[in-house]
Ligand binder design. Sequence first.
Ligand SMILES: [Zn+2]
Length: 155
Amino acid sequence: MADLNKIVSEQAKIMNIRAVPVVEEDSGNASTDGKAVYVNPQFMSKIENSAGEGGVRFVLSHELGHIAAGMGGGQQAELDADQMAARSVAAAGVKRSSIQAVMTHLPKESSESHPGAGAREDVALQAFQQEGRYLDEEDRASKKKKLHKENRRES
Ligand SMILES: [Zn+2]
């Protein structure tokens, strides 16, 4: 099993919030009360087996997203947490297919608390793509800077 506390501390850093401990619990999937992230080890191994470490990272980041957003509830809060998770895992170098694999484990039908997996996947992948574009631009900008310095050295 991936080191969940290490992943949480890395993702919390990316999201600019304080890390919280990961606590294992034999019920539900994953949740947070703002003080810890609670995970069902059975659910997490299912995620790791099909979506890899990147999938585990997305699930934990979703819970951190709730903390970063101030722990609001409702369907929009779930989509917001998915967006934040997608951006933060993009920054950590996770592949988009890991997010898609996680979504196959979530309920397809929307419920009172959660939108269906399809809607969540759409929102997450859109945020993932936007973050990817931003990272590319940053990358190009730093190359430009380097090039600029090299030019100066020549002149
Ligand atoms: Zn949630």
